[in-house]
Design a protein around this ligand. Structure first.
Ligand SMILES: Cc1ncc(COP(=O)(O)O)c(C=O)c1O
Length: 381
């Protein structure tokens, strides 16, 4: 059956520019050129984005002369599903539980016909859920396992700690760099079996433009020009995306399959202080979760962190979706997955409006942390 994504429920243009952004901004002072990300990243292919990495994995793992049938969790964003649509996979969704874990008996049921060739496992929002058990179960089946670490950069990096001794026991693993690090683009891909993806870098002038953009030069020039002209701020020129729009897909572009990340994205990846970022994200999560106390508005989906959890955001379940609008209007860049595909999973269909993603990134100041907490605590039904 064809995949049908639901329409967005809101549009960013309805809200003011956020004072608390969902992701961190680039600061030269955050880089540490003297250190290099732990582990061996030679196994890693740096792609334009996570969806590109997923698409390359889907290409490398596609089987000849059989119907490629992939199981994907019913709770997702379209960017995770679209590469498989493009590649002609038959897509089936499996349900998630209220805590985003997977009922292995239900997964087993979904595989009972014996025609599943691939399965995606998602480490939502930087949390493990019961993914290790799910992967263990999948090893008893003859399927290709694709691990989606789009939100779990640290898990992805840890795979390669100790110079690649702990490579994951999955066919492919992907992550999305600009969810955690202050880069413009970036996905990363590990493939168990060698596959030469032919990826093209942008030209050097495009690279230089992107570097200027990331340190804020065109934005600053636009401000100065508007001050001089005493006019309204000029539009900042955007980095051009060489991709042609594909009319059927909203997020994935076929050119993503052939595009390397910016060169400087890899530099930022390798020289970010990941130890500090891990610690800061965990502390921010703990501060916010401990101090929000307004059960009429909702509750954090997870109250505690396991040793390996490094949150990308704080998943927070609202009692009523109206609070999403209140929070966005106050200037907190809350995200949610509104466009999940139609499926039988009631949790996913419900969470599209009620499960929100609260920022907890490494650059939040004490003032911003208090602002998030106070804004939640001041909401009234
Ligand atoms: C779970 C998940 N997988 C994959 C992706 C795709 O990552 P990217 O935005 O880097 O293409 C996203 C984000 O859109 C995601 O949330």
């Amino acid at each position: 059956m064809a995949v049908k994504f639901l329409k967005p429920l809101a549009d960013a243009s309805q809200f003011p520019a956020p004072s608390v952004t969902a992701t961190p901004k680039f600061r030269l002072s955050d880089l540490d050129l003297a250190q290099h990300t732990q582990g061996d990243v030679r196994e890693t292919t740096f792609t334009r984005n996570g969806r590109g990495a997923i698409g390359i994995a889907g290409t490398a793992l596609r089987k000849e002369n059989v119907n490629n049938v992939i199981l994907i969790p019913a709770y997702h964003c379209p960017a995770l599903v679209e590469p498989f649509i493009w590649l002609g996979y038959e897509i089936r969704f499996y349900p998630v539980q209220a805590d985003l874990s997977v009922d292995i008996a239900v997964l087993e049921q979904a595989m009972a016909k014996g025609d599943i060739t691939h399965c995606v496992v998602v480490r939502y929002f930087g949390f493990g859920q019961n993914n290790d058990e799910v992967i263990q179960f999948l090893h008893t089946q003859s399927v290709e396992i694709i691990e989606d670490c789009a939100h779990s950069l640290f898990r992805f990096v840890d795979h390669f700690a100790d110079s690649g001794k702990r490579v994951p026991d999955v066919s492919a693993s992907i992550c999305s760099i600009n969810k955690i690090l202050p880069t413009i683009d970036g996905g990363a891909l590990y493939l168990k079996d060698k596959y030469e993806a032919k990826l093209t870098h942008v030209g050097w002038s495009e690279e230089a433009k992107a570097c200027a953009f990331i340190v804020g030069i065109p934005q600053m020039l636009a401000k100065v020009k508007s001050l001089v002209n005493q006019s309204k701020p000029e539009q900042v020129p955007q980095i051009s995306d060489p991709a042609e729009e594909d009319a059927h897909l909203r997020y994935f572009q076929p050119i993503d399959l052939a595009s390397a990340s910016y060169r400087h994205t890899k530099t930022i990846f390798c020289h970010s202080n990941l130890k500090h970022i891990r610690k800061q994200r965990r502390e921010n999560f703990e501060f916010i979760v401990k101090n929000i106390d307004n059960p009429e508005v909702g509750n954090a989906l997870f109250k505690q962190l396991n040793d390996e959890d490094i949150p990308y955001v704080i998943p927070f379940l609202l009692q009523d979706e109206k609070y999403f609008f209140d929070l966005r209007k106050k200037g907190i860049q809350i995200l949610r997955w509104e466009e999940v595909a139609i499926s039988d999973c009631n949790i996913s269909q419900d969470y599209r409006s009620r499960l929100i993603q609260v920022p907890c990134h490494q650059q939040l100041s004490n003032r911003q942390l208090n602002f998030i907490v106070d804004t939640f605590n001041q909401l009234r039904p």
